[in-house]
Design a protein around this ligand. Structure first.
Ligand code: GLA
Length: 682
């Protein structure tokens, strides 16, 4: 069953709000709430003195209303008495000083003392609510990031981690390149967590180890708390944590390995000039466990508080983004939050109801969402899953490494991931975003096309899987910065793209990091040129050239065929894009970053030459310029499918602030801004 719910903070309101709020939520059809995320100091005011009265009443009230509760293990915000007694649990910053407390997230996840107290509070909460039938699970902490902390414990554990990894200090010195600036460590005691220099100024192999260690600390912490929850629970409960895309990346795949599902905090931008990435992030979240996920916090009002207030969601956004998440595999959506906080630093991060406590447009749209969901059940949506025939590989370590050393002005790891994702979306082709470090073809996946952007750090699993994939007839797309680094984040002394060179059938002669400057790419391939003119139909200009930016790999073909060449600078005429036959499959090497039409027109060629039967949208697609082969959806229109047995539920979403009229598979559609149309065939 698809459930819609809310994040609610009973501790922030006078008690007489509770019955009215619960009654109101019940009437609206709310099925689930999340409570107690930051409530440690209100549960345990002084050490060992518990006041569960307010939470008991809330859990009971929701129970009477038939509303389920996800409780939280509130370790994101340890109480002041604990910080006062044990200041050693406070994180230490890069400068070596302890953080000042007063906001949240100050705790060090490696602190043994924190763990002891976390154990006690977890025991209290879980044992207390074992008997409450409507308590169905727990969220651990809040938005856990990799634990970048320089406290004594972290220093000690980091050293132990390195001692477990390297034979001796000489091996470590050698791998880190400590001879470069005379930085050889005398012994492991010399090694510390990173000093306060810019990441890129410190040895990349050292920083990579630290990023891995900090991510592992977050995973270990979560696993321990999950274990405690399960130990103290006398019934089956769901255990998760909520996540997003923080600066200090956790390893999502490891973080969620032993948790029951992925919980994502989904705040799509309300700024309509920058809207294209929502779907990509949802697909990445689904790909973490290759399964359904939850939205733990969903957009409900204008963001604010952490910066100046943003634009209020346009009519349709609150409902539309919840439905979009469901279309991409979410089974439960909780909106953040019921009512906007009256007090506290987040008082301008808006909820569904404003400070005036008057039910208005946003809450009405939320109830409209609930009514809409009720109509889904007869379509058999509950046991349906998103099925895709194309995938984009995501490697969390590659993103970590890109964050440590920016490759080019304006270029970031996910840039080409999102560009390719947008291109697939324009053709109505669903895409999975999957971990390249594990068997992404498991669970019966049958991908025909795989985009593997920036295979930066060597990984033998990825190497093997990609070779098998292409040998078996798949189409692989490679991009710049592939094959650059070894496992330690040092440079490989090989001609690029090193370990995928045989697949690509090219070598990179030289690279040009052009940043935000532009390069021109001349298309030699007739079909590609034709597709470019097909796509550019509304803005006919020059169908021979594509604009490129950020990075140019200057290629030399070995066994590949050249599809496009650069058209300026000293490498005018040198290959920029190639295709190679390998085994039963093909490999495209795209040596630069295009604008959107570049990716769309190339993808059209990729799909055009591929087994079209694999891609339903193409087979049945409407004609463009009389080809009768392709569906080009208007920008912002997304077609997603959830499948259960022979049932297919198609979601057509207008992720754009304007009304759009278009044809898809021979039918006319007319969608209002952020409108979702759901078509279910039994
Ligand atoms: C995050 C947090 C919430 C809240 C919201 C809004 O997602 O998990 O506690 O702070 O952002 O800022």
């Amino acid at each position: 069953m698809i459930k819609i719910g809310l994040d609610y903070y009973p501790e922030q309101w006078d008690e007489d709000f509770l019955p009215k709020d619960v009654e109101h939520m019940k009437k609206s059809g709310v099925k689930i709430v999340r409570l107690g995320e930051f409530a440690w100091s209100r549960i345990e005011k002084k050490e060992g003195e518990f006041d569960f009265g307010w939470l008991d009443r809330a859990v009971e009230e929701f129970g009477k209303a038939g509303i389920e509760v996800m409780l939280s293990v509130p370790t994101n915000t340890p109480p002041r008495w604990l910080f006062r007694k044990h200041p050693e649990i406070i994180k230490v910053g890069r400068g070596g000083g302890r953080e000042q407390i007063g906001i949240r997230g100050h705790r060090c996840l490696n602190s043994q003392v924190l763990m002891e107290y976390a154990d006690k509070i977890t025991k209290q909460i879980v044992e207390r609510y074992n008997a409450s039938e409507n308590v169905i699970g727990y969220q651990i902490d809040n938005e856990i990031e990799a634990n970048w902390c320089g406290c004594e414990t972290c220093n000690k554990l980091f050293r132990e981690y390195l001692q477990g990894k390297y034979k001796d200090i000489d091996e470590l010195n050698d791998i880190y390149g400590n001879q470069v600036w005379s930085g050889d460590f005398v012994d492991f005691e010399d090694v510390t967590t990173p000093p306060a220099y810019q990441n890129a100024w410190l040895n990349p192999a050292y920083m990579m180890d630290y990023a891995r260690f900090a991510a592992k600390s977050a995973t270990d912490y979560c696993e321990k708390i999950a274990e405690l929850i399960r130990k103290y629970s006398t019934k089956e409960v769901l255990v998760t944590t909520n996540t997003w895309f923080p600066e200090h990346l956790p390893d999502y795949y490891k973080l969620y390995k032993n948790l029951d599902f992925v919980g994502y905090d989904n705040y799509p931008t309300t700024d309509v000039s920058n809207m294209a990435s929502h779907a990509f992030h949802l697909d990445l979240m689904r790909g973490i466990k290759q399964d359904s996920f939850w939205i733990m916090e969903g957009l409900s009002g204008a963001p604010g508080s952490w910066g100046p207030m943003g634009e209020t969601p346009m009519p349709g956004m609150i409902k539309g983004y919840a439905l979009q998440a469901i279309a991409h595999g979410a089974d439960t959506v909780l909106n953040f939050r019921y009512r906007t906080a009256k007090k506290g630093a987040e008082m301008f991060w808006n909820g569904l109801i404003g400070h005036d406590n008057v039910i208005g447009r946003r809450y009405e749209e939320f109830t409209d969402l609930i009514d809409c969901i009720k109509t889904f059940e007869h379509l058999g949506i509950s046991d349906s899953k998103v099925v895709s025939e194309a995938a984009i590989l995501y490697n969390v370590e590659d993103e970590m490494a890109f964050k440590l050393q920016h490759q080019s002005d304006g270029m970031y790891y996910l840039k080409s991931h999102m560009a390719w994702h947008r291109a697939f979306t324009r053709f109505g082709v669903g895409v999975d975003v999957v971990n390249g470090r594990e068997d992404f073809m498991k669970k019966g996946k049958n991908y025909k096309i795989l985009v593997a952007p920036c295979l930066y750090i060597y990984d033998e699993v990825t190497e093997k899987l990609l070779h098998e994939f292409v040998e078996n007839g798949g189409t692989l797309i490679l991009t710049p910065r592939s094959g650059v680094k070894d496992k330690h984040n040092n440079c490989l002394m090989k001609e690029l793209p090193s370990w995928v060179r045989d697949l690509a059938g090219v070598k990179v002669k030289e690279c040009d990091s052009i940043g935000n400057k532009q390069q021109k790419v001349l298309l030699l391939d007739e079909m590609w040129r034709k597709h470019l003119s097909d796509i550019n139909i509304s803005k006919p200009t020059d169908f021979d050239y594509i604009v490129s930016t950020q990075w140019c790999d200057i290629l030399e073909v070995e066994t590949a065929e050249t599809l496009a060449v650069y058209a300026s600078k000293f490498y005018d005429g040198e290959p920029a894009v190639t295709v190679n036959s390998y085994g039963n499959g093909r490999v495209f090497y795209v040596g630069t970053y295009f604008d959107d039409v570049g990716y769309e027109s190339l993808l059209m060629s990729v799909l055009g030459k591929h087994d079209l039967k694999a891609i339903e949208a193409y087979k049945d697609g409407r004609e463009i310029k009389g080809t009768n082969m392709y569906t080009i959806l208007p920008e912002g229109i997304e077609v997603t499918k959830r499948v259960a047995g022979d049932r297919v539920i198609t979601f057509i979403f207008n992720d754009a602030p304007v009304r759009q009229t278009f044809k898809y598979k021979g039918n006319e559609y007319d969608l209002q801004p952020f409108e979702m149309m759901v078509i279910g065939k039994l």
